[in-house]
Write a protein that binds this ligand. Structure first.
Ligand code: M6R
Length: 605
């Protein structure tokens, strides 16, 4: 996720670009940059760090009335001045900002290198400006050069182009990344999201996939993929600036819950070729895979729950030994690990002190290490042998939601890769990959249960405790559901293996105690149902999450997840328990995005 702004008008462009970018900083903030145009040249300023760093670099007297701006959330190439946008062609006549991922950038870059082009960054985005340059030199018509360029791009993009050839014009194109357009008496604008332009107008024109637009100071034209004029569908934007930054949701947690379909899609992008798993940096590791005897999955908090899930999956798919350990335990446990032990670290921030210390210990002991991280260029990402990035974008709410589900998905992909490297054939892999790819739509479907989960959360109104139960791969989902509930609503919550209830915890069940039961694993779901009946007999109110087939007529509150390979149901379970926690917190009037006593990134021990 990145933030983009563009302005061409009758007054200086910079104020719009900067105020717009400041409203989009929730989309990314690891570097920032602007290009301003006058008739003879493009002037570009960019810097690593937040927008405020860029502002310090800018002279006071910038009067150019056309320009583009960008704040970056790095996906290819660490946050740095060099990788910051805008990117320019070699004679500095064309400038481009991009949000999205160019999946085939390596192929395009190779082609352009062979044509004599030079590259100045590690980003996928730079190929766009070089490709534009390539086509523009063949036929100097920017509209055609842009159409030919975007036809070559695989993946997602929202991009803006400005050039010395048409100094008052901005070209805009979009596929699968957001882009909105607007006009007012001041000029014509574009941005990644409406908050950037709400101070100027509430009439917004969202660009559709495949469309592109040409912005001039008093005109705005929209075209379809073939370059024919397209219908403009304006909408009136109903929110004020503050709520618009949260996409109209009342908290970042809720916005991030709803972003899950798209970030899961981004995380899966380009990971499979048929049943082959495409993770080149894992293949490139200098590891004798037949000599790996044991694997540790190591993390903290929510990421640790992703590790418990991954460990179960790993044993199931590879038949090899594995253990999930909290990083705070691993680092002090004098672990008996060596070059035959693969250590996999999971972290949203990539800066968690315990996880980083555990990584350093594993490396000191000679273990091969892999990290699954969300923040590009973070300490854990830099120090591991190979890093895989979730594409969750910035997670602002303290409670982890979209980072967790993207971890589940990417760990799944990684484990399939490891099975491949071990020479183990995973049974039903074709169907599994098909279902992995369906996860964005399935998540969309599961989100429709929001009103139902809200109703269920209402059961907690006068309750101080709740219990989450599940077996096998439902157990990490129970742990994560309980953690989410306690961290945002302060309701005491515990999670148990369903079969463990009768060995002690059932003593806590009394009239109206809330039990959320996860029974999505067909082999053991019937057993979990029996355990629930034991709680109902003691007065519990049960919310049952199960698959499409399980008989559950005797329960009043049942939510069925869409049909899916059972090893993937941790994703729908996470979405449902996130909604449950959110509405419990809302009912109790808690500060949902900033729960008491917690910090987003725990960089101290
Ligand atoms: O940034 P990390 O993933 O390493 O953070 C680990 C935990 O602090 C984090 O998952 C925490 O448990 C979540 N905020 C819970 O929602």
């Amino acid at each position: 996720m990145c933030g983009i702004t563009g302005f061409t008008g009758k007054q200086p462009a910079l104020p719009f670009l900067l105020q717009g970018l400041s409203k989009l900083e929730y989309r990314g903030y690891d570097s920032a940059g602007v290009t301003l145009v006058n008739s003879r040249k493009l002037k570009t300023w960019k810097t690593k760090g937040r927008l405020s760093e860029l502002e310090k670099k800018l002279p006071n007297d910038l009067a150019q009335s056309c320009g583009i701006g960008h704040t970056r959330w790095a996906t290819h190439g660490v946050p740095s001045n060099m990788n910051a946008h805008p990117h320019m062609n070699s004679d500095n006549s064309i400038s481009v900002v991009h949000n999205g991922i160019v999946e085939n950038y390596a192929v395009l870059k190779k082609e352009l290198l062979e044509e004599g082009y030079t590259f100045h960054s590690d980003t996928d985005s730079e190929v766009i400006v070089q490709l534009l340059d390539f086509y523009y030199r063949r036929k100097p018509v920017m509209k055609e050069a842009l159409m030919r360029t975007v036809k070559r791009l695989e993946g997602s993009y929202a991009l803006c182009v400005t050039s010395i050839y048409e100094p008052n014009t901005i070209y805009v194109a979009k596929k699968e990344s957001p882009m909105v357009l607007g006009m007012s008496k001041e000029g014509t604008f574009c941005a990644s999201d409406a908050p950037a332009m709400l101070e100027y107008t509430r009439e917004i024109l969202p660009l559709q996939d495949g469309q592109f637009a040409i912005l001039n100071k008093d005109s705005l034209e929209v075209f379809d993929t073939d370059g024919k004029p397209a219908e403009k569908k304006w909408i009136h934007f109903p929110y004020d600036v503050q709520s618009a930054q949260k996409g109209g949701y009342d908290s970042f947690m809720m916005k991030e819950i709803h972003e899950q379909p798209s970030v899961i899609r981004e995380t899966l992008r380009g990971r499979f070729r048929g049943t082959h798993v495409v993770l080149p940096n894992i293949e490139a590791l200098d590891v004798d895979w037949n000599e790996i005897h044991e694997t540790y999955f190591i993390a903290c908090g929510t990421a640790y729950h992703a590790c418990i899930y991954a460990s179960g999956l790993y044993q199931r798919y590879t038949g090899k030994l594995s253990t999930a350990v909290p990083a705070s335990e691993f680092r002090y446990s004098s672990p008996n690990v060596d070059g035959h032990t693969l250590c996999i670290f999971v972290s949203q921030s990539g800066e968690t002190a315990d996880t980083l210390a555990a990584l350093k210990l594993a490396k000191a002991k000679g273990c091969p290490t892999i990290a699954v991280v969300n923040v590009l260029g973070s300490s854990i990402a830099r120090q591991t042998d190979a890093v895989l990035y979730t594409a969750a974008g910035p997670e602002i709410a303290v409670a982890s939601t979209k980072a967790y589900t993207t971890q589940l998905v990417l760990l799944h992909v990684l484990i399939l890769k490891l099975a491949e490297l071990y020479g183990v054939r995973v049974k039903g892999i074709g169907a599994l990959i098909r279902d992995l790819k369906r996860l964005p739509e399935i998540t969309e479907e599961v989100l429709k249960n929001e009103p139902f989960m809200k109703k269920c959360a209402g059961m907690l109104k006068d309750q101080r405790d709740a219990y989450f139960i599940g077996r096998q791969l439902d157990y990490p989902s129970a742990l994560e559901g309980a953690l989410k509930l306690k961290e945002v609503s302060y309701v005491h919550a515990d999670a148990y293996y369903a079969g463990e209830l009768k060995h002690g915890p059932i003593a806590l069940i009394e009239k109206n105690t809330v039990v959320l039961a996860l029974a999505t694993q067909p082999d053991v779901a019937g057993k979990t149902i029996s355990n629930i009946k034991e709680t109902v007999a003691r007065g519990a109110r049960v919310i049952l999450v199960t698959d499409q087939t399980m008989r559950a007529d005797e329960f009043k509150y049942v939510v069925r997840i869409p049909e899916l390979t059972p090893s993937l149901s941790a994703v729908p379970c996470a979405v449902l328990t996130q909604l449950f926690a959110y509405y419990a917190a809302k009912e109790k009037g808690c500060d949902i995005d900033k729960p008491r006593n917690l910090a987003k990134s725990v960089t101290v021990e």
